[in-house]
Design a protein. Structure first.
Length: 235
């Protein structure tokens, strides 16, 4: 019967001699025979096992998982289901990253990209990964057109509030109180109304007014947020 040296098997399989030696040393694919001088000789059964190992590795299994899969006599289904779940989680992470990069690149100059990256760093310091993920998911579920419409509504709301400030309208005026209610309603579209997220947003604003105001389009020191806070308290 045909026997393969480690070099022959390396060339035929595309693996390195070092990898085959490692598989042998850890007992994963052991050469069944040795020459009188001690050189490894692989039998057809050894080669079949090697290709089983390669197939399982291509599914993303670790060497220890491959060893477990080849040694178990029951169904491999639980192992493959766990691997599929892990791959699905990775796919979701990749899709989230793809969406972030697409949004980041859409219509941005180099200068605005750097500014946006700075803001991403700021937000990641205040919101948990789950909170950021939830907000991005809500934005993705709305779709780009709805998000742009929401931004337009927000800017219109800001203009109305700033006009009331300029006119000296008290914060407890019913018109301002109603605008503050709409402010919170629009914000909840992104925060989901989660008090923890709202608190994180307030803290990020308080500690990073200058950076955030550049992104949202109004001066950090114009008192708008404090004005809305007083109107909210009057409800």
């Amino acid at each position: 019967m045909t026997r393969w040296s480690v070099g022959d098997l390396a060339r035929a399989s595309g693996l390195t001699v070092r990898a085959l030696h490692h598989y042998d040393e850890i007992g994963l694919v052991v050469a069944s025979e040795r020459t009188t001088s001690g050189h490894r000789r692989y039998t057809p059964d050894d080669v079949r096992r090697l290709y089983q190992v390669r197939s399982l590795r291509q599914l993303g299994l670790s060497l220890e998982e491959v060893r477990s899969a080849l040694s178990r006599s029951d169904s491999l289904r639980p192992l493959f289901e766990a691997q599929l779940a892990a791959l699905n989680a990775q796919a979701r992470q990749v899709e989230a990253l793809r969406s972030r990069l697409t949004a980041l690149l859409d219509g941005h100059t180099t200068e605005s990209l750097l500014s946006t990256l700075e803001m991403m760093s700021v937000y990641e310091s205040y919101f948990t990964a789950d909170q950021l993920g939830d907000m991005r998911s809500r934005a993705a579920a709305m779709g780009p057109e709805a998000v742009e419409a929401l931004k337009a509504s927000w800017l219109e709301l800001v203009q109305q509030l700033r006009q009331h400030m300029a006119d000296g309208t008290p914060a407890d005026d019913p018109r301002v109180v109603e605008l503050a209610r709409r402010w919170d309603e629009l914000g909840a579209r992104f925060t989901g109304g989660d008090p923890a997220v709202q608190a994180a947003a307030q803290k990020s604003w308080t500690e990073n007014k200058a950076s955030i105001s550049t992104q949202i389009g109004w001066p950090a020191d114009d008192g708008l947020v404090d004005y809305v806070t007083r109107a909210r308290a009057a409800r």
